[in-house]
Design a protein around this ligand. Structure first.
Ligand SMILES: [Zn+2]
Length: 288
């Protein structure tokens, strides 16, 4: 029964997150105006605000103007429901579960904000940082509480904020432009306060790896697509290769990397599987 309650609260939280991810980056108030269709302005009735269900009932379209409603809405709601359920399964009915639900929900909203608007609103990052610091008295990183919990959360926030500064420097050397902004630094401070210093570093390493893999995969896709096109036009091998390489380089120059999406996503991975990942890593180092 509590599991069902957690899942349903997650769905409800998801529809709140959808509103936050739409309103905060645009500086719109969270309470006024009431939810409406962004195209025709039609105000939503109570039943049209039901998470997941109303999107299904309306077959993904506004009932006023038939404009399609973004798949982001039901996806975010389902994700929040699943994450609340996972948090309950892992932590049970403890003070820690409330903090976990709020912070995981904030990461979901941050993923949506960064993906759509390339923004990480302070309300979510700094708000989450404050909550994690206060909450660490009851449940801090790695099970610590009281003064030890607060100390670990504060250390995690400092390491979390300092590490991206180093990465930003490397990125500037590598790509010749800025990849990480202040929003990423604040997000990492929040992640560090919740997961501790080790969790923050693990998150950063995973995000860097995922970013590199994604970048390489996209580059390879562009390269081979251009190569095939040039070959079809009857160009010689070396000409086709040179052309494909130029295209891939040009693509790489303007490839956008929403790093906040990776950071918040990998923070979730660290929270879920961090302990097993560390274990596996140290075992690997010990050569077993
Ligand atoms: Zn409409």
């Amino acid at each position: 029964m509590p599991a069902l309650i957690f899942f349903l609260s997650g769905l409800l939280a998801g529809s709140f997150l959808n509103a936050a991810a739409y309103r905060l980056p645009q500086g719109i108030s969270m309470v006024k105006p009431r939810s409406h269709c962004p195209r025709c302005g039609r105000q939503l009735r109570a039943w049209e605000n039901l998470p997941l269900l109303s999107w299904l009932l309306q077959a993904g379209r506004c009932r006023g103007c038939r404009a399609p409603i973004s798949l982001r809405y039901p996806l975010l709601e389902a994700a929040a429901g699943g994450i609340f359920l996972l948090a309950y399964k892992r932590l049970g009915l403890t003070p820690a579960v409330i903090e976990a639900c709020v912070l995981l929900a904030a990461w979901l909203a941050l993923i949506a904000c960064d993906w759509e608007w390339r923004q990480l609103p302070d309300e979510l990052t700094l708000g989450g940082l404050g909550l994690a610091l206060v909450w660490s008295w009851w449940s801090g990183p790695a099970g610590a509480a009281g003064e030890a919990g607060v100390a670990r959360a504060a250390a995690g926030a400092l390491v979390g904020a300092a590490a991206p500064a180093a990465v930003a420097g490397l990125y500037r050397l590598w790509r010749g432009r800025e990849g990480l902004g202040m929003g990423d630094v604040k997000l990492m401070a929040m992640i560090g306060a919740f997961l501790g210093a080790a969790g923050a570093l693990l998150t950063l390493a995973l995000a860097a790896m995922a970013g590199a893999l994604l970048g390489v995969a996209m580059l390879a896709a562009v390269f081979f697509q251009r190569l095939r096109r040039a070959r079809r036009r009857g160009l010689a091998w070396h000409q086709s290769r040179a052309r494909a390489r130029r295209s891939a380089q040009a693509f790489f120059q303007r490839l956008p990397l929403p790093f906040g999406v990776l950071l918040a996503g990998m923070a979730m991975v660290s929270w879920l599987w961090g302990a097993s990942l560390w274990h596996w890593y140290w075992q690997g180092l010990a050569g077993r």
